[in-house]
Design a protein around this ligand. Sequence first.
Ligand code: NAP
Length: 284
Amino acid sequence: MKTPVTVLGLGAMGTALARSFLAAGHPTTVWNRTPGRSPELTAVRAATPAEAIAASPLVIVCLLVDDTVRSTLDGIDLTGRTIVNLTNSTPDQARTTAEWSASAGASYLDGGIMAVPPMIGTPAAFIFYSGPREVFDEHRTTLETLARPAYVGEDPGLAALYDIALLSAMYGMFGGAQHALALITGSNSRAEPFTNSFLVPWLTAMLTSLPTMAGELDNGPVGTAGSNLAMQAAAYENLVTTAQTQRVDPRLLAPMGELLGDAVAAGHGDEGLSALVGLLRTAG
Ligand SMILES: NC(=O)c1ccc[n+]([C@@H]2O[C@H](COP(=O)([O-])OP(=O)(O)OC[C@H]3O[C@@H](n4cnc5c(N)ncnc54)[C@H](OP(=O)(O)O)[C@@H]3O)[C@@H](O)[C@H]2O)c1
C-alpha cells in the first residue's frame, strides 16, 4: 500500500498537491481552515488539523505564510510524524519551524515549490527540499509524486534560500518585461506581436549567457568581456532617459543603472556582468 499522506491547506497549490497524491493512489486526508474547499477531491476530510495529522505519518503543509503554519500546528502532538512544509518561507523562518517541529516530536523537511499549480505532477515541476538526509530519503518516492525532488542540504533553511533565489531572478526578469511592455504599449504598439516575435526570443537568447557568468563567478574571469560594464553603463543612461521621455516610470529600471555606475566607479569597467554579483554581496 502507498504511504498515507495528509495535506494541510486546500488553496490553489494544496489542492493540486492533494489531487496528485490521490491520482497516484495514496490514501489522502485533507484539512482546510474554511470547510468545503475543492469539493471535487475524493480525499478524507478531517475536521481539525490534529485529526488530519493523526491520520498519516507524512504531513504536507501548504498554507499561505509562515505564521499560519505555526498557528495551525500549535499545541498538536506531532510525535512520529514527518512534517514537510511547502509554505513559502524565509531561510530563518524555515530553521525556526524546523526547531519548533523537533521540539513537538516531528521530523521536518522544508520545501520550496518551483511550479504553479497546473504544473504539479508534470515533468516541468521541481521542489527544493532541505533537512535531514535520511528523512528525505525515506520519503523521496512519495515526494516524487508531486514533482522532481531537488535535495539541497541538511540546513533546513537551504530550500527556502534556493526558492527565494529563483523567485528573485524571476521577478527581475518579469520586471524587465513589464517595463518593456509599458514602453511598447505606451506608444500604441500591440503587446502580443512584440512579445512573441521579439521579447521572448531576446530573453531566451540572453539566458544562454548565464552559465558563462556562473563559470566566471566560480573560476574567475575568462578574459576581456565582449560587452564590458563601461559600455553597458553608458548605454544604460539611454534606457532611463527613454523611459522618462516616453512617460514610463523608471522605478524598475533605475537601480540596475546605479549598480552599473558604481561598478565602473569601483574599477570594474572592463569586466562583464558577473562583476556585479560581488558588488551586491558587499552591499548586503
Ligand atoms: N500558487 C502558486 O503559484 C504557488 C507556487 C509556488 C509556491 N506557492 C506557495 O504555496 C503556498 C500556498 O499557496 P496557494 O497558491 O495555495 O495560496 P492560496 O490559494 O491563497 O491558499 C492559501 C491557503 O492558506 C490557508 N490559510 C490562509 N490563512 C490561514 C490561516 N490564518 N489559518 C489557516 N489557514 C490559512 C487558506 O485557507 P482558507 O481557504 O481558509 O482561506 C488556503 O488553504 C504559499 O506559501 C505560496 O507562496 C504557491
